[in-house]
Design a binder for this molecule. Structure first.
Ligand SMILES: C[S@@+](CC[C@H](N)C(=O)[O-])C[C@H]1O[C@@H](n2cnc3c(N)ncnc32)[C@H](O)[C@@H]1O
Length: 237
């Protein structure tokens, strides 16, 4: 059950898969999540300077507006109509989790607002025309293969109540190691925990060292990895 005051989980919601989505996100100053539902990704990622959620279902928007302190801008309406009207630049990241293509879903009509093939085509045409970086979730389908030619596909296996299901994340860019949020690095829970432990050990040691030794370590890293150092510093500017 969703914690009190949080939007209820959705069938196909990203309650479990959100770390995989966050691990594909390049740095961005505006974040737009369309087809918001319970917004598992938006609630778990590091916020951008501006954060916008788009959802057609007024009941979903209503649940969000009852949680007063989320700090996101919410827009009620059709994502394909709203996106072209927003001020979108190359520094904008759009994450899109539409209802799945009808023949890829195991149960019929699970949303109050569903999508047919024409809706998917319309959405993908809009996504292909905006200058943003885009992450799009879905199941493997001929329609998406055809319309998203040239996009990068990241495959993941998600555990659901009917067993493991293969899901795709399409990106209109090649995901790399420079991320907006490093909190979930690792391909699964075990690896994420191992990464967290290693980082904690290194950071605790550095934190406890004498200042001059810590500065010496930063200085050495700045010489050996100048680009990474500058990018990390950029985030706190
Ligand atoms: C797959 S669910 C999203 C789940 C979400 N990622 C989460 O973590 O809960 C799809 C959502 O899209 C919404 N939706 C359907 N048609 C829409 C449209 N044309 N524009 C915006 N949202 C739409 C549905 O109401 C539903 O909340």
């Amino acid at each position: 059950m969703a914690p009190k005051n949080q939007p209820r989980p959705y069938p196909g919601g990203k309650g479990k898969a959100y770390p995989h989505v966050i691990n594909l996100m390049p740095p961005h100053s505006t974040y737009i999540e369309t087809h918001l539902g319970a917004g598992a990704v938006m609630r778990n990622k590091r916020p951008a300077a501006r954060n916008i959620g788009i959802e057609i279902d007024p009941m979903v928007i209503d649940r969000w507006t009852k949680c007063e302190d989320h700090g996101f801008e919410l827009i009620q309406g059709d994502a394909a109509e709203i996106l072209p009207a927003l001020d979108i630049t190359q520094d904008t990241l759009v994450y899109c989790d539409p209802p799945y293509v009808p023949d890829t879903r195991r149960r019929a009509r699970v949303y109050r607002h569903d999508y047919d093939a024409a809706d998917h085509e319309r959405l993908l045409a809009v996504l292909s025309a905006i200058p943003a970086r885009i992450i799009l979730s879905g199941y493997p389908s001929d329609l998406y293969d055809r319309l998203l030619e040239g996009w990068t596909v990241t495959e993941l296996t998600v555990q659901t109540h009917v067993g493991p299901v293969k899901e795709y994340l399409w990106t209109n860019y090649k995901p790399g190691p420079v991320l907006h949020d490093y909190s979930f690095v690792g391909i699964d829970f075990r690896e994420r925990e191992a990464v967290r432990r290693r980082l904690r050990t290194v950071c605790t040691k550095l934190g406890r060292a004498q200042e001059v030794e810590r500065r010496a370590a930063f200085d050495r890293l700045a010489s050996s990895h100048p680009q990474e150092f500058l990018q990390a510093a950029e985030r706190i500017r």
